[in-house]
Each structure stands twice: as C-alpha cells, then as structure tokens.
Design a protein around this ligand. Structure first.
Ligand code: FES
Length: 234
C-alpha cells in the first residue's frame, strides 16, 4: 500500500476534531494534514469547515460565529457551516449577489460521546455508534486533549493492543488485572529511545460508579492532537 493509498483510505474514516464542551468558541483542528475549524451555530449545531478562507486565506477559527455561519476575521466574509457557501461579503453590501464560486468544502459534523466527529472523505460507514453502552446509562465527557508524536496508524495500533503493556520496554509499574466485576486500577509506563512507541502510559479504573480511560503515545512521525474520553454514571 502506498502512502497516498493509505491516506486516501484513512480519509474515509470518522475522527474526533473537538470536544463538545469547547465549542463555545471556534476550535482549530488538523486532521490527516487538513486544517479544519469546528464551531457551533447559534442554534446549537456542530459544523466543520476548512480553516482557510477562500478569499485571502484568513484563519476561520479566529473568526466569530454569526447565526449558522462563521465570519472570517480578515475581511468579514461569512461561510455557512451546513454547505460551505459564502452568504455575506461586507464590502459588496448586503444586496449584492454572492459569486457562485464562493464556496468551500463542508464536512459532516456529528456530536457524540462528548466529541465532535467528522470525515473529510467519502465516509465508509456512519459515524461511531455504540448502542451496547446505552443500557448502562452512562454520561459522556471528554478529557483534556493531549499532543502525541506518533503516526495515526501507530497510535491506533497502540490503543487497541492493550496486551503489550505489561511486557514491552521498560515497564515502570503494572498493578492490575482488569476484572470487570471488581474495582481495579493499573498503570504501565515506558521511557526509551525515540520511535513510534517511545512512550505509552495508561490508567484504567473500573468500579461500580465510574469508568475512566486515558492513554497517550510517544514520539514518532507525525503530530496528532487527540483527546481522552471518560464515561461516568450520572
Ligand atoms: S481572507 Fe477571509 S474575508 Fe478576506
């Protein structure tokens, strides 16, 4: 698989680009090399657009939300979140027609599990859905974002391969055997030479009232901004 093929495939997945709690103002995100802005419209809908104004390249995440659009901080052009159309050009006046070419990409935006998810390609599936968790009565929240120096494939592999934590590298402490029937906790950490698994730490707690998970991975080829998630019974 070539890097181009891999990137094209990755673009068809769904990824979180902002925490729902942060959308009181526009948030910048970089996803697979694409700079994005996530914002919440006046009626509460999450939207995701490119973080680059089509006019002269203004950074939209520095702009203000006006109704269902975001206003570029440079010359005030307003871009509608639902479809990326420019809806207002201040220097032309409100009665002037908007040029047909004044439209930018608009990406799907779904708020779920405390995060705003988007897909910047042709989605292979619907947005993430975990109906199995509904009966548990969990409330979702997102933890603090963390920057990880790792390629996205390495990060995904690391998060999913929990079995390696006890044996790979310089394990500092392992004190848990996860037993879903009892409250347990565990920590495993590793410091070492640069590489795609140069750092990994995790803390997991399961109990009758709380379940939390937090992970981060270390140095590597790319910089990702991710966020940890927690689930708490109300
Ligand atoms: S650069 Fe955005 S309105 Fe001019």
């Amino acid at each position: 698989m070539t890097p181009e093929t891999r990137t094209a495939a990755l673009r068809r997945g769904w990824y979180p680009v902002a925490r729902a709690v942060d959308l009181d103002r526009p948030q910048q995100a970089t996803l697979l090399g694409r700079r994005l802005v996530a914002f919440r419209t006046a009626d509460g809908r999450p939207r995701v657009l490119p973080d680059r104004c089509l006019h002269r390249g203004g950074a939209l995440h520095r702009g203000a939300v006006i109704g269902d659009s975001i206003e570029c901080p440079y010359h005030g052009w307003q871009w509608r979140g639902a479809d990326g159309h420019c809806v207002y050009i201040p220097s032309n006046g409100s009665s002037a027609p908007i040029p047909k070419a004044a439209v930018i990409d608009a990406f799907p935006a779904v708020e779920r599990y405390g995060l705003v998810w988007t897909c910047i390609g042709d989605p292979l599936t619907g947005p993430p859905d975990l109906p199995e968790l509904e009966p548990l009565g969990m409330a979702y929240a997102a933890g603090d974002p963390v920057d990880v120096e790792a390629g996205i494939l390495a990060a995904m592999e690391n998060f999913r391969d929990v079995a390696h934590r006890a044996t790979v590298g310089d394990v500092n402490r392992v004190s848990a055997t996860v037993d879903q029937n009892t409250s347990v906790s565990g920590t495993a950490g590793r410091d070492g030479s640069p590489g795609w698994t140069a750092g990994f730490a995790s803390a997991i707690e399961y109990g009758p009232h709380q379940a939390q998970a937090a992970c981060f991975a270390g140095e590597g080829r790319n910089r990702l901004q991710g966020s940890t998630s927690s689930m708490t019974r109300p």
